[in-house]
Design a protein around this ligand. Structure first.
Ligand SMILES: [Mn+2]
Length: 380
C-alpha cells in the first residue's frame, strides 16, 4: 500500500469553558495513537474547525472577553488556553507526527480562520513538535481525493480568501466572515446562558421544544441585522468589521422569513459550483455541517464524517438525547493509485439523557456529560 488517508472534522477544541463543546479527549487520543506504527505513510487530515478560536474567550489574568478585533497576539493567547484545556490531544498529535512518514494537515475552517496568522502556524508546529510534514492549506487534493472544510459553499460563513486580514487602528486583524463578527459580539453571550442547546440536533426539532431559545435567536439576529444594515456602517464608518458583504440583505431577509439559521446544503452548492471538477476526483470529503453524509454517484462520491464535538440527536418519540458517534473517513491508496474508502464510526458510551432534564438545568448537564466522558476541565 502506498498510503493511508484519515479525515476527521469539526473537533472544535476550546478553552474548557462553557463555550467549549469538545469533551472527548480520551476517545480522540486513543484513536490518534492507534494510527501510530503503520507500515505505510499516513496523511492525517484535520478538516477544519479543529481549534475553535471563534468560540474561545480571550483570557487575560483577570479579564475574560470575546474581542471583535483579533490580532495575532489575541489568537496566540487563545491557542494557549486551548492547549491548556486539551493538552493530551496535542501530545497525541506529537506522538503521531514523530514518524517522518506521517503528515498532518490542518485545513482552515471558519472557526480556525486564525490559522492564517503565520505566528499561529509556527506555534502549532511547536506545540506538536513537528517541523516538516505539517501543512495549513484550504484544500487537500492528492490521490484523487479532494478534502476541504466546506464553509466556502455556505454563503453566511464564507471567507474572503484573497483578503484574510484587515487593518484597524494600525493593527492587523482577522477578516472574519460577517456572521462570525455577530457570533463574537452577540451569540457567545447567549451560548454561555444556553450552552447545551447548540449541541442538540436537528435544530428545528430542538427549537420546537425550546421556544425561548428560538425567540431569543430570531430577535437577536433581527436586531443585529437591522443595526448592521442601517446603523453600524454609519456609526463605525472606518471600522472594517462592520462592513456588509454584497447581496447580504436579500439573503438575510429570506432566512429571517423562513427562520432558517441552519447552514446550507454545501454538498449541493459544491456540485453546482464545481460541476467540471466532479469527474477529476473520486472522493470529495467535507466538514462544517456536522452531519453524516455519503452520496455515491457514478464513479465518485461525497462524504461528510460529522463532528467530533459533543453533539446529540433528539429522539422525537422518547425525547431522549442520543450521543453522536465519532466518525472518520479512512482511505487506502494502493501502489497503482487506486483508492478504497470507508466511513468508520467509534461508539460513545453514556448514561441515558433526556431533553427536558437538560433544558431545566443546562449548566448542570454540561458538567455532568463532561464528567461522564472523562473530561476534566479546570475552567468550567
Ligand atoms: Mn465550519
Amino acid at each position: 500500500m502506498k498510503k493511508e488517508i484519515i479525515v476527521l472534522s469539526d473537533i472544535e477544541l476550546g478553552a474548557g469553558n462553557l463555550t467549549d463543546d469538545f469533551i472527548s479527549d480520551k476517545t480522540l487520543v486513543t484513536f490518534l495513537k492507534s494510527l501510530i506504527g503503520r507500515n505505510h505513510p499516513v496523511d492525517l487530515i484535520l478538516n477544519g474547525d479543529i481549534i475553535d478560536f471563534l468560540k474561545c474567550p480571550y483570557i487575560q489574568e483577570d479579564k475574560y472577553s470575546y474581542p471583535r478585533y483579533v490580532s495575532e497576539e489575541i489568537s496566540l493567547a487563545k491557542l494557549r488556553s486551548v492547549y491548556q484545556a486539551h493538552p493530551t490531544v496535542f501530545h497525541a498529535l506529537r506522538d503521531f507526527g514523530k514518524s517522518e512518514n506521517n503528515n498532518i494537515y490542518f485545513i482552515i475552517g471558519n472557526h480556525d480562520h486564525d490559522i492564517y496568522f503565520k505566528g499561529i502556524q509556527k506555534e502549532i508546529k511547536r506545540l506538536i513538535n513537528k517541523k516538516k510534514g505539517v501543512y495549513f492549506p484550504l484544500h487537500y487534493k492528492h490521490h484523487s481525493v479532494w478534502v476541504e472544510h466546506g464553509h466556502q459553499y455556505d454563503f453566511l460563513n464564507k471567507t474572503n480568501v484573497k483578503k484574510p486580514f484587515d487593518w484597524y487602528l494600525g493593527k492587523k486583524i482577522l477578516n472574519y466572515p460577517w456572521v462570525s463578527f455577530g457570533v463574537i459580539s452577540r451569540a457567545l453571550i447567549m451560548k454561555e446562558e444556553y450552552p447545551f442547546m447548540e449541541r442538540i440536533k436537528p435544530y428545528p426539532l430542538m427549537f420546537k421544544h425550546h421556544k425561548i431559545v428560538i425567540h431569543k435567536i430570531t430577535r437577536g439576529a433581527l436586531e443585529y441585522a437591522l443595526k448592521s444594515f442601517l446603523y453600524y456602517p454609519l456609526r463605525f464608518f472606518r471600522d472594517p468589521t462592520y462592513r456588509i458583504p454584497r447581496n447580504f440583505i436579500t439573503e438575510f431577509y429570506t432566512r429571517f422569513r423562513n427562520a432558517n439559521w441552519d447552514i446550507e446544503d454545501i454538498s449541493d452548492n459544491f456540485q453546482r459550483k464545481k460541476k467540471n471538477k466532479m469527474r477529476q476526483y473520486r472522493l470529495y470529503v467535507f466538514g462544517h455541517t456536522h452531519e453524516k453524509l455519503i452520496e455515491e454517484k457514478d464513479g465518485w462520491a461525497i462524504a461528510i464524517p460529522d463532528t467530533w464535538r459533543d453533539e446529540y440527536t433528539l429522539d422525537p418519540m422518547t425525547k431522549e438525547l442520543i450521543p453522536k458517534t465519532k466518525k472518520y473517513i479512512q482511505v487506502f491508496v494502493s501502489n497503482d493509485d487506486q483508492i478504497a474508502w470507508e466511513m468508520q464510526e467509534i461508539k460513545v458510551k453514556r448514561k441515558q439523557l433526556f431533553f427536558q432534564d437538560v433544558v431545566d438545568d443546562e449548566i448542570k448537564y454540561i458538567k455532568l456529560v463532561a464528567k461522564d466522558e472523562g473530561f476534566d476541565s479546570k475552567v468550567i
